[in-house]
Design a protein around this ligand. Structure first.
Ligand SMILES: Cc1ncc(COP(=O)(O)O)c(C=O)c1O
Length: 388
């Protein structure tokens, strides 16, 4: 039986029981709110983990890239949503090839994107499913649901041959900015969650008035991990949210904890690292170096995070390591500042919760599924190179 001590560092650990709890909690929320759970697999990029999600009640997968769609179609997933605009002849051709074996859909949010997809699929003699991407406040891609021109855009989509308007889709990524001044963390997440839902239901209502959407036959797809923890479905004009697409919820991370979305003990992904050096700086500060740099844990930070990940005193009980923070990173080193001394010695192993699990996974080929100190299985991150 292998234990954590047998693993080379740095490496990723996935605690089996916490993973299972995260999968079933999101499924329970989806069931309670009467929506389909279509997880975003960009978080883990692992076929095996996507299968676990399906076994735990998810229906279909969400991907960000055509390469991910190809990977999961080849692995036998037959219902794939690309939550991203598909732009360029090469990508359209690859999507068309995939349509032969899987139910596939993708996003549109610009007239040139619609025209290109329409011309392409018409020439192929097939009809592709598209969803209009909607901007509910992240200000990334998507049409403004309050702007009358967005209804006109939807009409252009609906009247274009070669594509079928299947619904609308959004990601309320603004929730990651954290609470505005004077607002509690919980209230901030709840407000974004309600806005995400309501803006989409109102937009669906406007599309119905224009004869472009019918309740029951129109997908209304939303989802981020923080907003889904607070999501409550409701009906407006016979429409309800039909689908949620959280990704990060499988693991959670220090960013979710800092936002107030979950507790540290909900985090399933940790990084095992070794103290490789220890020095006292000229100013008398104690500094440790561990083998977890930006190529292992990313240099991502989020609203309210402290340093570059949360060090753990006890990885089993998920207790924070007091008086120590990852103050800086270089590519292969975590720079750990210790105040008040530390019992950690060179060669000791220590665990941390990364700030951003999704990018962290993307940096590794394998994660290890563990049960306490015991290593249960390897988890290949086999779609990690599928960026284009
Ligand atoms: C379009 C889209 N849908 C869903 C998600 C999942 O959100 P989260 O990572 O908060 O679970 C993301 C995350 O970036 C996204 O970009």
């Amino acid at each position: 039986m292998a234990t954590l001590n047998d693993l080379p560092t740095p490496c990723l650990l996935v605690e089996r029981s916490r993973l299972a709890a995260n999968l079933s909690a999101m499924r329970a929320r989806a069931d309670a709110q009467g929506v389909r759970l279509r997880p975003h697999i960009k978080t883990h990029k692992s076929t095996a983990l996507a299968r676990m999600q399906q076994e735990a009640g998810a229906r279909g997968v969400t991907v960000a890239t055509v390469g991910e769609a190809e990977h999961f179609a080849r692995a036998g997933f037959d219902d794939i949503r690309i939550a991203y605009p598909v732009i360029g002849q090469d990508r359209l051709e690859r999507v068309a090839d995939l349509c032969a074996d899987a139910r596939l859909s993708f996003c549109v949010d610009t007239v040139p994107g619609v025209r290109a997809a329409s011309d392409f699929f018409t020439s192929r003699g097939v009809t592709a499913e598209v969803l209009i991407e909607v901007n509910v406040g992240q200000n990334r891609c998507g049409v403004d649901p309050e702007d009358a021109r967005s209804v006109a855009f939807a009409r252009t989509v609906a009247e274009s041959p070669g594509i079928r308007l299947a619904g609308i889709l959004t990601h309320a990524g603004q929730v990651y900015k954290g609470p505005p001044e004077g607002v509690s963390k919980e209230e901030a997440i709840r407000a974004v969650s309600r806005h995400e839902r309501d803006a989409m239901l109102r937009f669906a209502g406007r599309l119905r008035e224009a004869g472009l959407a019918e309740p029951g036959a129109f997908e209304i797809s939303i989802g981020s991990t923080p907003t889904m923890h607070m999501f409550e479905n409701r009906e407006e004009g016979d429409f309800r949210i039909t689908e949620i697409r959280p990704g990060n919820y499988v693991f959670h991370d220090a960013m979710q904890v800092a936002l107030g979305a979950v507790a540290l003990s909900d985090c399933a992904l940790t990084v095992l690292t070794t103290v490789v050096s220890r020095h006292r700086t000229a100013s008398g500060r104690e500094r440790l170096f561990a083998d977890a740099g930006s190529k292992t844990i990313t240099s991502d930070q989020g609203s309210g995070t402290d340093g570059y990940g949360q060090l753990l005193y006890d990885g089993l009980r998920m207790e924070r390591l007091p008086h120590a923070r990852i103050a800086a990173l270089s590519e292969e080193h975590a720079w750990i500042d210790v105040s008040g001394g530390s019992t950690l010695e060179v060669g000791d192993r220590i665990r941390l919760v990364p700030n951003h699990a999704c990018v962290c996974m993307h940096l590794h080929e394998t994660a290890w599924i563990i049960d306490g100190e015991e290593v249960i299985d390897s988890l290949p991150i086999d779609a990690r190179t599928r960026v284009p």
